[in-house]
Ligand binder design. Structure first.
Ligand SMILES: [Zn+2]
Length: 162
């Protein structure tokens, strides 16, 4: 497992702030303590923790303070889930890109000064853009195809390395 690549993909899929929170959770910690360490508001840290929890990257233990009646949450990182999350993220991105690639190779698109639309939409507008008023002309998709192909190669190479 290559930690550098895993971190890069985590940052790409979530954000640097999420990773800063994950970094603090090698052992169980209260959200207020993480907030203090990162000099962030506790509400912000809780939002970040909830995002991480939705993706199964952290878990918590909830206890009720008998005196105040409030709940406190003790959070910890789920190290065993991180690689799986990164793999799933890359696989989902690849699926989406491959379907885009399929679209770009099979379908003709049209372009004006402000947007690119499928053939059907251009035809419906009688090949005149309702926004900029320019004519829709057939677009060369090869530039988009090249971009998708190189992104697919990049993600496949990341996937192979983790
Ligand atoms: Zn336009």
């Amino acid at each position: 497992m290559r930690m550098g690549i895993i971190r890069d993909v985590l940052i790409e899929s979530l954000s640097g702030e999420h990773i800063n929170v994950l970094d603090r959770l090698g052992g169980p910690k209260y959200d207020e303590d993480v907030a203090a360490e990162l000099k962030l508001k506790a509400t912000i840290v809780r939002t970040l923790l909830n995002d991480l929890h939705e993706n199964s990257l952290v878990e918590y233990e909830r206890t009720k303070d008998k005196r105040t009646g409030w709940y406190t949450y003790l959070w910890v990182r789920r190290d065993g889930k991180i690689r799986e999350y990164v793999q799933n993220y890359l696989k989902t991105q690849l699926l989406e890109l491959n379907s885009q690639l399929d679209d770009e190779t099979k379908h003709v698109t049209f372009k004006c000064d402000c947007m690119r639309v499928p053939y059907g939409a251009a035809m419906e507008a009688s090949f005149l853009c309702p926004s900029c008023g320019k004519e829709f002309v057939e677009c060369d998709n090869s530039q988009y195809i090249d971009e998708i192909v190189s992104e697919v190669a990049r993600l496949n190479s990341l996937l192979a390395q983790i």
